[in-house]
Design a protein. Structure first.
Length: 714
């Protein structure tokens, strides 16, 4: 039985990533009498088509409509999307006089299409004849249609062989952990003829769940409907793996989808609509099969204990399953878990009643938990399981470090992560200091991340900070490891951080055997707020020309850039700001107003016309979410220089701005193109009146570390 989690309403602040379309999303059919007829638009918001396998080219027919049939109307089209090169669409189409609509053939090259996958593109109305003088004028014309093509698949029941050798239909159990929770059992499984593509029937809200099993035992979950229609967004909720959702195959390294070769599939999935996503997480599908009667022994290292006589020794526990008649247990030196030759040697010696090392071999018929007298250092506990016929079966292993005297395990003696406002070499607005000393370290990994980023990843990845740091952390060089073990330890700085931001530093210290000690701390850079603004300034102080300096983050780079900004008076407290964009072909005038309460200029989200056929809205970000409503930024004087901060009226700590692109004039989640003008984000903005001296730059040291920049959206 599965249970649906409570679904929160999506806001404009959701994490907005690239999404695909689905066959279930049919859109609203055009009607001359409906409110939609006020716009020129495609009669469907999405369209899918299946072609016979082996087809090399195909055609999809789409239809464009208008509310009037008077006069000719020319409309420009453009295409976008990961697979846009596979689609061919006319640059211009004409709705003839006397017609409400025109049908448009879209040619599709299927050469890159694989069975079980799809090609996707979006066709947008990019331009049209403004006015014909004969009644064909339409006031709004932005619209789009999502296209998806795939090969038609022939499905057949998937069979397995039972214990008697008979062929029986394969069933499966699905464990939900994101949009739904719980499990479904006894689900029928089908397989595509001629392809390693599987379909689980009666999944989720009664639909089928499809996935592809690749040759390397990785899996692909293409975008598909879960059968649940969300009336708040007028579309079906869809599911996909993260790589399919983002269009970035590298996502599999962090969000894997795999098959263990024994009947269990692990999928990291995301559930979403076009406006954003509801949930993501790891879910599993297990093929029901014959009962596994393999004899097994679980080994655990329970730490070092001290006896009444003061002797210190490791406690090892062995737990066998019902199919293990008995097992032979011992401890050998070193880590043999990755040495197959040594494993076979030990298995052979144990099966011949020989001892593979200096520790005696125990033959045990029940579970055991005892202290073992073994030498200190790197060790592996082993157990050879025997089946009901007393035949040797599987060798089980557990590596552990026997360290009764603290000679081997990594130990952190000093760990400081702090802001230092007394150090004249570094700005407390961009710098945090790291001091550390540890014993028995062979290597070290660190991860410096904004605390809210880390908390988001912990929640949505289902991983601990230690796991995230181990997978994504940076490894220091040998010189730092050597300094770490000295009495003084090492000291360094992160000096390219964002002002007024809290960061978490995660550190994994590893010894020569692979044992890890994990520590973490949080600290904040100094930041400006609207409370720091000069309270004596008036609107006249903001009028003039300024040298602007900002951190400009592009698609693949980040740099401090300078440009000119002019602020003009519109009368009263209203002003207009020119130059906030340093993109040469986009120079909007941004409206703002002087707020006498905070003695600052407030900038709110606003429409800023068009850029290359798309609509522009000024939006803000706190680094995790993007906002085009309900937030604002403030410009105020601090020590003679204008600084940008969240306004006192902002609901979130927004610290950057972007010129966001939309396919419609009114900004919505579904029309957001996941792009900005120039792919630029502006933060740490300062405005210095021309004619004044610039601030002295801070010096840096060669051993300063860069804080890791985390991109949560693609």
């Amino acid at each position: 039985m599965k249970y649906s989690k409570t679904i929160s309403c999506l806001m404009a602040s959701l994490f907005l990533l690239a999404v695909g379309c689905d066959k279930e999303q049919n859109g609203t059919v055009y009607s001359p009498n409906s409110d939609d007829a006020k716009e020129i638009h495609f009669i469907q918001s999405s369209l899918t088509k299946e072609f016979p396998q082996g087809t090399k080219t195909g055609t999809i027919e789409i239809e464009l409509a208008r509310p009037s049939d008077k006069g000719e109307l020319s409309v420009g089209l453009q295409k976008k999307g990961e697979n846009e090169d596979s689609f061919t669409v006319p640059e211009t189409v004409t709705i003839p006089n006397g017609s409400y609509s025109v049908k448009i053939p879209v040619e599709v090259n299927l050469g890159r299409l694989l069975a079980g996958s799809s090609l996707n593109a979006t066709i947008l109305i990019s331009d049209r004849q403004e006015e014909t003088g004969n009644g064909a004028y339409v006031t709004q014309f932005s619209d789009k249609i999502n296209l998806s093509v795939s090969y038609a698949l022939e499905w057949e029941t998937y069979y397995r062989t039972d214990e008697s050798g008979a062929k029986v239909p394969q069933t499966a159990t699905y464990h939900y952990n994101a949009f739904y929770t719980g499990q479904d059992s006894g689900l029928e499984v089908e397989k595509a003829v001629g392809a390693n593509i599987f379909k689980v029937n009666d999944w989720a809200s009664g639909v089928s769940f499809k996935f592809i099993l690749n040759d390397d035992n990785s899996c692909t979950v293409p975008a598909q409907s879960i059968g649940y229609y969300n009336s708040n967004y007028n579309e079906y909720v869809k599911v996909a793996d993260m790589a399919e959702y983002t269009g970035n195959k590298a996502a599999y390294s962090s969000y894997p989808c795999t098959y263990d070769g024994k009947g269990t599939f692990s999928f990291y999935l995301i559930y979403y609509v076009s406006a954003g996503y509801f949930a993501q997480g790891a879910e599993t599908l297990t093929f029901d099969g014959n009962e596994d009667k393999t004899p097994a022994v679980e080994i655990t290292f329970d730490g070092i204990e001290t006896t009444e006589t003061g002797f210190k020794a490791p406690r090892l526990s062995f737990h066998k399953n019902e199919y293990a008649k008995f097992y032979k247990a011992t401890v050998v030196r070193g880590d043999i878990t990755g040495d197959s030759a040594r494993q076979e040697e030990i298995k052979k010696l144990l099966s011949e009643d020989k001892t593979p090392g200096s520790v005696p071999v125990l033959t045990l018929y029940d579970d055991s938990s005892e202290l073992w007298n073994v030498g200190s250092g790197n060790c592996t506990a082993v157990a050879l399981a025997y089946d009901s016929t007393s035949t040797a079966s599987v060798l089980y292993m557990q590596r552990f470090t026997c360290d009764p005297d603290g000679k081997y395990l990594p130990k952190v003696n000093k760990f400081e992560w702090r802001r230092d406002e007394s150090n004249p070499l570094y700005s407390p607005y961009t710098t945090l200091f790291w001091d550390m000393q540890a014993d028995n370290a062979a290597s070290l990994k660190y991860l410096c991340m904004r605390t809210d980023y880390l908390e988001y990843m912990e929640q949505n990845l289902g991983q601990s900070a230690a796991q995230i740091a181990w997978e994504r952390g940076n490894e220091v060089n040998e010189e730092f490891v050597q300094k770490l073990g000295t009495d003084e330890g090492f000291a360094t700085v992160f000096n390219t951080l964002k002002q007024g931001t809290t960061y978490t530093l995660c550190v994994c210290v590893v010894n020569e055997f692979g044992d890890t000690s994990f520590v973490q701390k949080t600290a904040s850079t100094k930041g400006y707020t609207s409370a720091n603004f000069d309270q004596g300034k008036t609107v006249e102080d903001f009028i003039g020309a300024f040298k602007a300096t900002a951190t400009v983050d592009g698609a693949s780079s980040s740099a401090e850039e300078s440009f000119r900004v002019d602020i003009y008076s519109l009368g009263g407290n209203d002003v207009t700001i020119s130059g906030l964009s340093n993109t040469s072909d986009f120079t909007p005038d941004v409206k703002a107003y002087f707020d006498p309460e905070s003695h600052s200029v407030i900038i709110e989200p606003q429409k800023l016309g068009r850029y290359k056929g798309n609509y522009v809205t000024l939006g803000f970000s706190d680094g995790l979410s993007i906002y085009w409503g309900a937030n604002s930024i403030a410009l105020g004087f601090i020590d003679g220089v204008i600084h940008m901060t969240p306004s006192p009226y902002a609901s979130e700590a927004v610290n950057s701005y972007q010129f966001l692109l939309f396919s419609t004039e009114n900004a919505t989640g579904s029309s957001y193109l996941r792009q900005s003008v120039g792919s630029k984000t502006y933060s740490a903005l300062t405005l210095e009146p021309f004619g004044t001296s610039t601030k002295a730059s801070m010096s840096s040291q060669a051993d300063a570390f860069l804080g890791e920049k985390v991109m949560l959206s693609q």
